[in-house]
Design a protein around this ligand. Structure first.
Ligand code: HH2
Length: 339
């Protein structure tokens, strides 16, 4: 029988409370927990009543990521280098604009996530040489300009990941959690770099047709647990892995909301949690904001703050300055305002 531990996040705690940190957070705590089984039975416990193993899994500090402590939410700025992202004609000016955008984002973010292939619902696969021709010059130029922010390469292809790591990237963000390319796991095991394993179903072309679950929270949790096991078998160290429930990837509006409400469940996997909800369609659906480029910033910031309050470690966002300001205020109000 599978058990699903859902700790209840709290921001403030009494000095004498037995509350434990939420996944190593300096701001978020938990003292109460609902433990569900796969038959829908829920048991309520206090943090002092659960097994030492579960308490440690839900509370222990997560290992540093690319030299960053994960005791507070870290920002990952999205840098898409697909043709529609910086399309202004000439190739050279596209590169310049991408680097300028990276420089501007570096003021606010802890990691840059660079992707050359769209994974939006309905997006079609592009060949490796096309993807590398988009991302490598940008990674090289960022490093040549002296921008030292850690770089994540957002790709499902081992050949792209390998070339990006050689060009100066520090980690890999694989939205298929090593399922797309059999060469990805051995590459990561060999390089020892951090990797984000995200939940998704099928591929971007067809994923929305597969958006059916009996219990989305439990099924996404089980899938990520299975991917962690696969990574372990492939020789990828557990302390290099980040998990992500994959908002919008083969999920309806209700699925996305259920995952967001239950985010703290994913701390039960014992790894850092990343969330990518920025400007996604469900925000537009709820808020009536149709244009992802200009309309969905406030809703995206609201979701980022919600995730921070659930102890999520990394927030993947487009609106980096706005999210940074919101998080700085959240951190100050949550009682700690570190540099
Ligand atoms: N979402 C998108 C791409 N990569 N990686 C992770 N780890 N998590 C995500 O949620 C995620 C991701 C797709 O987002 P979309 O809005 O389609 O495009 P983008 O955010 O790249 O502009």
């Amino acid at each position: 029988m599978s058990l699903y531990p859902l700790p209840i996040a709290q921001i403030h705690r009494n000095a004498d409370s037995a509350a434990a940190p939420m996944a190593g957070s300096a701001h978020v705590w938990w003292d109460e927990i609902n433990i569900r089984d796969d038959r829908g039975h829920t048991e309520f416990s206090l943090s002092s009543e659960v097994t030492p193993e579960l308490r440690a899994r839900l509370s222990d500090p997560r290992p540093d990521l690319c030299g960053l402590t994960l005791d507070r939410p870290r920002l990952m700025g999205i840098l898409n280098v697909t043709p529609d992202s910086f399309s202004d004609g000439g190739e050279h000016s596209t590169l310049n604009r991408a680097v300028a955008h990276a420089r501007a984002m570096s003021e606010h973010v802890d990691i840059l996530d660079i992707g050359g292939e769209s994974t939006r619902p309905g997006a079609v696969e592009i060949p490796v040489p096309v993807e590398t021709a988009r991302v490598l010059p940008v990674i090289r130029a960022i490093r040549a300009e002296g921008i030292t922010t850690p770089i994540s390469i957002d790709t499902r292809k081992a050949a792209v990941a390998e070339a990006a790591l050689d060009a100066g990237a520090d980690m890999v963000n694989d939205v298929t959690a090593l399922r797309w390319d059999a060469d990805m796991a051995p590459l990561l095991a060999e390089r020892g770099v951090p990797v984000c394993l995200m939940h998704s179903v099928a591929d971007p072309e067809t994923m929305q047709a597969h958006a059916t679950y009996d219990n989305v929270l439990h099924e996404v949790y089980d899938h990520l647990a299975e991917r962690l096991e696969a990574a372990d078998k492939a020789g990828i160290a557990f302390d290099r892995i980040i998990t992500d429930p994959g908002i919008g990837f083969g999920k309806t509006l209700d699925h996305n909301l259920e995952l967001l409400r239950g985010l703290a469940l994913f701390h039960g996997l014992g790894a850092p949690v990343l969330l990518g909800a920025s400007r996604k369609r469900f925000i537009g659906t709820i808020a009536g904001a149709d244009d992802p480029m200009s309309d969905r910033m406030p809703g995206s910031v609201a979701v980022a703050l919600h995730a921070a309050a659930q102890g999520v470690h990394i927030l993947r966002v487009h609106d980096t300055g706005e999210t940074r300001q919101a998080l700085d205020l959240w951190q100050a109000l949550a009682g700690q305002n570190e540099a």
